[in-house]
Ligand binder design. Sequence first.
Ligand SMILES: C[S@@+](CC[C@H](N)C(=O)[O-])C[C@H]1O[C@@H](n2cnc3c(N)ncnc32)[C@H](O)[C@@H]1O
Length: 226
Amino acid sequence: MTTIKKPVTELEFSKKYDREHSLNYYLKHQHGFRHRLTNWREHVMACKGLRLAGNPQSVLDIPCGAGRFWSLLAADPDRILYAADNSPYMLETAARFQPAEIVSRFKCFQTSAIQIDLPDTSVDCIFCMRLLHHIIKEDDRLAILREFHRVSRDTVCLSIWVDGNLQAKRRKKLERRRRRQKPKNRTLLARETAEKEYHRAGFRILGHFDLAPGISMWRLYVLKKT
Ligand SMILES: C[S@@+](CC[C@H](N)C(=O)[O-])C[C@H]1O[C@@H](n2cnc3c(N)ncnc32)[C@H](O)[C@@H]1O
């Protein structure tokens, strides 16, 4: 990364990724059986998604966070790799904790998913894990999807929370209880709603993979530009 810019905070949730939160985010996925199991299942979904996307030869990992998927993305020795995040502290954490030989494969830069600092059709695939469930407003989600459409030449792999499973039922109950106390900071989408948004942004759905079918809210969609 060449310059450290002030993070863009047009999205409310973007503000929380300071140095301490970034380190905790990295550590969170290493600790406890549940986190490690989820992390492993997410890697399985991601692996299947990339295969369905045609094993893209250039990938932008956005938001890359602490580089959780870098080893997986770098498993193809010929792949050209970019990694971006709105938070300079997340980029710093990734560079600090991922193996040096993996870090050196990535061109890293700080940018917002709403306005990616790359020209049109720069990469074969955009890889976007755990961003869109934080984006509460439909207009913001559409702005991000349209930006992905501009920057990707071909496909997008993205993960979101969908309904139609056990966790979603529990989440809906929790949200009903919390409604009056706190503003919503994550969003669970009806599958039809999410899929309509992809079509509106100019994608068709190649397929999807669930983290634990019927149980988990996490779903990875593979989208192709129409
Ligand atoms: C839940 S983490 C996911 C990180 C990584 N994809 C993963 O799954 O481990 C959310 C990430 O979104 C980043 N972020 C927040 N606002 C953003 C924005 N406007 N554009 C790009 N990234 C953003 C945060 O800095 C953070 O790294």
